[in-house]
Ligand binder design. Structure first.
Ligand code: FES
Ligand SMILES: [Fe+2]
Length: 441
């Protein structure tokens, strides 16, 4: 349970808020690289941390993320013309480059130098892996580029999608570190989803509904260990890393790719669920990629017409809104629920999570919760976030997770004898090691 002011502190990320300042310490995913597929392609609206921005790729291939609105009289530059190394406002023709600098005001004599005095807010936009990343903080504090393993393995080993989620980022992120719900909400899918099924670990997940949680601090955040009974008195551990502020990774199952998420605030009532899949040592198979694009595993199907802009339809701007959403009650199937095919009646991991997290309301009221021991990871993550925000605001201390060394973590699933602590026995397994396979059951 949190006090009202603590809940507000954690859930508000707009400019000037403590959590907003914390989020502005990190590189965060802004767009899929396929959203800006070629030079001079249409610009894309991006709302992030409650700021309305516009991303574009100019004639020279440079990426820009600038204020959405023209400095002249405030119309949206989304309607602008992207040509000749800049974006020209469709109202009176003012033109901006990727840094937000105004480079032409057609109504004024060029010699007047008027346009040089006009500059829109802008942020860096950098491709790393299949993602365009941005950093919204002070330029003198900009950290090195992120080194998450999914973004640094060869391109054929990784896949990422994003979906719009109609709720605050924190309740979505808390789902990502809440390993205990898997035995309930997702139990019907563990044996059938092509990106999860067939692993021995699934049997432990389904047979022990009372996992014991052990949460340990790590430099960038936490390792959340969920312990379930295995054979001969041994324990099956599923270990979820959380790296501040919003990166989570699901422990692997068999040789399936490793899945995980970034939970990025759009504003205080909406977030992006970025969902990645990568394999540390092999290319993803065509079958796996087809399943991911079809919405299996942690991905989802989209509303027709707002489908991911893949090569064959690359200029359809994607809303990335799931096909099953709150307007259609997530296509709940009560017969499937009754028959035990799905626990909640909603199909697929991603929408099972989204439906319940959105059902809490746009911002969950944490003053009314009754937390239990399986919520320890969530409790510790909230306190770590509050501490880090306070240290940053009061003393200017850079928060955990800014250092790229903190990104080199892995999730792991292992069977250990009862006398071994996971933080020691699985130490190597919890570190990203290029060219080394994941530790998985
Ligand atoms: S509003 Fe953009 S040029 Fe006038
Ligand atoms: Fe889930």
């Amino acid at each position: 349970m949190l006090r009202q002011e603590q809940n507000e502190l954690l859930t508000q990320t707009g400019p000037g808020t403590p959590m907003g300042q914390l989020f502005r310490s990190y590189w965060v995913p802004a767009l899929l690289d396929e959203e800006l597929p070629e030079n001079d392609c249409p610009p894309v609206r991006v709302k992030i941390l409650s700021e309305r921005l516009l991303a574009f790729r100019d004639s020279d291939g440079r990426y820009g993320l600038i204020d959405e609105f023209c400095a002249h009289r405030g119309v949206s530059l989304w309607f602008g013309r992207n040509e000749e190394s800049g974006l020209r406002c469709s109202y009176h023709g003012w033109k901006y480059d990727v840094t937000g600098q105004c480079v032409d005001v057609p109504s004024e004599p060029h010699e007047s130098g008027f346009c040089q005095k006009i500059k829109l807010k802008s942020y860096p936009l950098v491709k790393r892996g299949p993602v365009l990343w941005t950093y919204l903080g002070p330029p003198d504090k900009q950290p090195p580029l992120p080194e998450w393993e999914f973004a640094t393995v060869p391109a054929e080993q990784t896949f990422i999608s994003k979906r719009l989620q109609d709720c605050n980022w924190l309740q979505a992120m808390e789902g990502g570190i809440d390993s205990s719900h898997v035995s309930f909400l997702h139990r019907g899918d563990l044996g059938s989803d092509p990106l999860f099924k067939g692993a021995k670990g699934n049997e432990y997940n389904l047979s022990d509904m009372q996992p014991h949680f052990e949460v340990v601090e790590q430099p960038g955040g936490l390792y959340i260990g969920a312990r379930r009974n295995a054979e001969n008195g041994n324990y099956y551990w599923r270990i979820t890393p959380w790296v501040m502020p919003c990166f989570t990774m699901i422990p692997p199952r068999g040789d399936h790719p490793i899945h995980g998420h970034f939970w990025v605030p759009i504003d205080d009532e909406n977030c992006w669920a970025w969902s990645y899949d990568f394999h540390p040592v092999r290319a993803l198979t065509k079958r796996e990629l087809d399943d991911m694009r079809d919405g299996a595993g942690v991905h989802c199907k989209y509303i027709p017409g707002s489908y991911r802009p893949l090569v064959h339809c690359k200029y359809i701007p994607g809303s990335y809104r799931p096909l099953a959403n709150k307007d259609n009650d997530y296509l709940i199937d009560r017969a499937a629920q009754k028959a035990g095919k799905t626990f909640s009646g909603v199909a697929g991991f991603a929408i099972q999570d989204a439906s319940l997290q959105e059902s809490m309301g746009p911002i969950c009221d944490r003053t009314k919760e009754n937390l239990v021991s399986t919520d320890n990871g969530i409790i510790m993550a909230r306190h770590r976030l509050m501490r880090a925000a306070k240290a940053l605001v009061d003393k200017g201390i850079a928060p955990p997770g800014v250092d790229p060394a903190h990104h080199r973590v892995r999730a792991a699933s292992v069977v250990l004898p009862p006398d071994q602590a996971f933080k020691d026995a699985a130490k190597e397994a919890l570190t990203a090691r290029p060219g080394v396979a994941q530790s998985t059951v």
